[in-house]
Every structure is written in structure tokens, then in C-alpha cells.
Design a binder for this molecule. Sequence first.
Ligand code: FAD
Length: 386
Amino acid sequence: MGTGRQKVVVIGAGTLGMSAAWNLQQRGADVTVLDQGGIASGSSGRSVGVVGTQHVDDFEILIRTHSLRQLRQWTAHGLTFHAIGYMRMGRDARDMALFEKSLFMQKAHGITSAQLLDPAAIRARVPHMNVDGLAGALFGPEDGFLDPHQMCTLLAEHVKAGGGTVRQNCKVTGAEMKGNVWHLATSAGAVTCDAVVNAAGAWAPAVATLFGQRLHVLPERHQAVTIHLSEPLPYTMPMVMDLVQGGTGTGLNVRHDRPGQLITEIHKVSPTAGENPDSYNDQLDEAAKDQLAELLLERMPDLPGASFGRGWAGLYPKSSDGRPYVGPIDPAEPSLVTAAGAGGYGIQLGPVIGQLAADWIIDGAPTSIPEARRLLPTPDRNRPIA
Ligand SMILES: Cc1cc2nc3c(=O)[nH]c(=O)nc-3n(C[C@H](O)[C@H](O)[C@H](O)COP(=O)(O)OP(=O)(O)OC[C@H]3O[C@@H](n4cnc5c(N)ncnc54)[C@H](O)[C@@H]3O)c2cc1C
């Protein structure tokens, strides 16, 4: 567009969009972020912020190690990361065999601190845990949690300090390519640019439509609630996930929030209906409280004076196969890159997705992780989700 620097608009100021913006700016682009609401006003601000590498698939671990590296870089710029550890519970020998493989895979990607725990070692770390029915756990001491609102705000400040623009209350309503320039219509006037990143979370399909593309993301509703304790625990409880990745069913997902307060979420892997991101029920329902109470009573029956506090619901923007879409939908249109569909992992994967989205815009390929070409929204992946 004549300035010498590539002008890129990022649609969405959630974790994916803000990370893409930061990475694009680092790589020399002139960046503008547009959000129809506020920074982290979508799914990102409704998440519980868990970040970890305790997975049982090599690619999942690989991309998370890139995210962790970037998060560490951001902590040097002021991001608060609470490395309290993450414990994934295993029920049987099959789970423990998967966990053992995970240790090898994590080691290969530079994470040497992960370890297996037997039930006694679980109790030593979480004395309130009922270990009945557990074979052991996979434990990652370097995993932790962060406040996604703080992360997005911090990245926005950096983008602005670097000469970029972050416009809130600015909804993209139309798009047209004239010559090699995108002309975007927004609720706050026209914007032109050379390239666009669609990081609109649960709204990413609606944004894709504005560009004449089809994108399949299922907005799946999930709920979380704080638990108040009558007295602070005498230890910091690591994050606990009572479900093996790739397993089915419903599992308890609890983490320390602050002394005397935990946060819990029901982690479902059963399919649920998609929601309309503009009109879904964003409040916690009574049925979910009952289900959480049941799971808690089974796994942590003796928490002192536990009672539910503030609860809420938000959306997992899910892809067809549980992996994010990163890259152009149409290879003939490389100036429109999708970064969406991170499901229940958009906080921990936000940093790496942003890095890859910047690679696609600047290099036309996922140069920092060549294996991440498999995240392209190709027709076999970008398909309707039942
Ligand atoms: C209860 C709950 C718990 C979770 N816990 C975790 C967790 O522990 N760890 C984890 O990794 N993930 C977790 N997640 C998932 C995580 O929150 C999401 O994957 C992530 O926030 C998705 O980020 P995003 O940037 O893609 O979308 P969003 O954060 O939704 O950002 C998209 C943005 O696009 C904007 N937008 C949309 N349309 C337009 C338009 N036309 N013009 C301009 N702007 C537009 C929206 O306003 C929004 O701000 C959780 C989610 C929920 C609901």
C-alpha cells in the first residue's frame, strides 16, 4: 500500500488475535486490531486460564512447548504466570502407559520436569484428594495459569507502544478486495489493508462469510464457578484434571485461584449443540452446580466449608477435529489468514497460534513450526461439525 510495511488488520482482540498482532508487529508489520467489543470480551475473558503440556500426543505437546516459550518471554514484559503445576489423573494401567509415553515426548521437546505420581504421591501434593479408583497421575510442575484479560491487555499495550492500533467497539461488517487492497467496512468507518487475520473466535464463521469464505466453528457452551473455602488450604493445590486427553465423559477440572478460593469447570468431551454467540445464556445453571457438586464430593469430599461463589458460562470455539485452524482457507487468497477454532485450549495455544498466523502472513508458510501445516483449514478439516 505504498508505506513499505505490510499493513495487517487482525479481527478480534482475544488471545489468538492479540498474540497474532504482537507477533506480526515483531516481524515488522503495521498492525491494526479491531474488536466489536472490548479486549478479551469474548471467550478469552471467560476462560479459567489453564496452561500446560500434560498431553499424550506428540504434536499437541510440540505446539504447547512453543506457547510456553512465548509466555515466558511475555512474563519478562509483565505477564503474571502462576506456575503451580498441573496434575492429570489416570484411572488404569492404560492411562498410566499413555502418561509414561507423554514423559518421553515432553522430554524430547525440552520439558524434563514432568513426572508420574502414584496415589500416595498424589495425596502428598493434594491431601484433600480422594484417590479411590485412581492408578496415578501425570504431573507437570512448570504448568500454571494466567489471567487471559491481563495477557490480552498487556499485548495490546505493547502493540500500541510499537506504533500499532487497537480499536475497541469497532465491528467489521463488510469486506471487498480492490486491486490488491482489502477495503473493510466497520461500525466506525472504512479501513484498508494488505492482509487480514480472522481471529474472531466463535464469530469467525460470520467474519469469514463477509469475505465470501466458509468456516466451520462450533461455539460450545461451557461453565465455570468459583469455590469459596471457609479457611485457606495450608498448601497451594496444583491444577487437577480428572480426565485423560482423548478420553470420553465428564471430568472435574479444578485450580487454585487465591488463598481460600478455587475455580472449577466441568470438562466435557461429549458432543453438545452449538450456540449463537450473540444470544447464548452466559450464566451458570443450577444443573451444572449439581453436577459439579457431585464430582467434587467424589474427588475432594473434605474441602473445608466449600460453597459456590460467582459462576459463568462461555464458549469453546471448536473445530471439526479438536485442533485449531491456522492459515488461509483458500490457497489462492493468502492475504486472508484464519486463526480460530482453538476450542478449550485457546489460552494455552493462543501464543503459538498467533506466531503461526504471523508466519502465514509474512512468509506464506508456518516457518517456525513446519509440522503446523496440518493446522491449515483444508476442506477435509474445515467441514460441518455434527
Ligand atoms: C468456561 C471456559 C473455560 C476455559 N478454560 C480454558 C483454559 O483453562 N485454558 C485454555 O487454554 N482455554 C480455555 N478456554 C477456551 C478459551 O477461552 C478459548 O479457546 C479462547 O478464548 C479463544 O480465543 P479467541 O481469541 O479465538 O476468541 P475470543 O476470545 O472470543 O476473541 C474473539 C474476538 O473477536 C471479536 N469479534 C467477533 N466478531 C467481530 C467482528 N465482526 N468485528 C470485530 N471483532 C469481532 C469478539 O468481540 C472477540 O473479542 C475456556 C473457555 C471457557 C468458556
